[in-house]
Design a protein around this ligand. Sequence first.
Ligand code: ADP
Ligand code: MG
Length: 235
Amino acid sequence: MMTDVSNIIAGVRKQGRTVLTEIEAKQAMNSIGVGTTKTQLARSQKGAAAISDEIGFPVVLKIASPDITHKTDAGGVKVGLKTKAEVSRAFTEITAAAREKFPKAEIEGVTVQNVARPGIEIIIGTFKDPQFGPVIMFGLGGIFVEILKDVAFRIVPIRKRDAAEMIKEIKGYALLNGYRGHEPASIPVLEDILMKVSDFVEKTPAIKEIDLNPIFAYKDSAVAVDARIVLEEEK
Ligand code: ADP
Ligand code: MG
C-alpha cells in the first residue's frame, strides 16, 4: 500500500521528532517508487519471531530506537537469522547491547526485514548546502565512500543526463559493469532512483537529509536495505 509522505511527516512532527524511523523512511521511499527491504516493527521476542515467520527466513534484526542512528555501532544489526530461536536470541542481544551503549535511548524494539541477496553496494544521499540548497550524492558503498571518498555531487533538481554523468564520473564506475564474475548493476535503475530522490527533495522542502546506505544494486533492479531521513527543524 502506498503511504502518503505528508502523512508520515505529520506523524513525525506530532511526536516532536526530526528523524524518521527506518520504517518511516522506507515507507517514504516506497511511496516515491524506490524499493526497500520489507521492514516491520517488533516490540517483543514473540512478536519478532511471528513477523519472521510471516516474512520468511532468513531475516535481519535491527535496533529500533529514535535515539540510535548508527545501528551497527550499537551492536544493533544481525543479518541472516535462520530460525525463530535465533530471532528470539537476537532480539535480547540487540536490545541489551543498545541499552548498555545508550542507557538513555528510548528503545521501541527491533525491526525485522528480509535478507536482501548480495549486490553491488551503492549510496545515494541528499543534504542541504547553505549556499546551493539541496544537493544529491551518488557513490559506491563501503570503503569507496569511507576511505576513498569516491562520490559525485549535483545540485537538485537534476535531469536524466546529470544522473547519467554522476554515475559515470565516480572512479569506481567500472565496478558497476561487474567484476570477478559479479553481477553488474543496472545503470538505468540507478539513474531512475537518482531522479526520484531528486524530484522528492525538490518537492519536499521539509526534508533536510536523506541517506540510502546501502542500496544493493542488481542487473535489473535495486533495493535499499537501510534508509534514514532527517527533517528540517520546525519553524
Ligand atoms: P547502520 O545503521 O549501521 O548503517 P544498516 O541498516 O545499514 O545499519 O545495516 C548494516 C549493514 O548490514 C549494511 O551495510 C548491510 O551490509 C547489512 N544489511 C542491513 N540490512 C540488510 C538486509 N536487509 N539484507 C542484507 N544485508 C543487510
Ligand atoms: Mg546503513
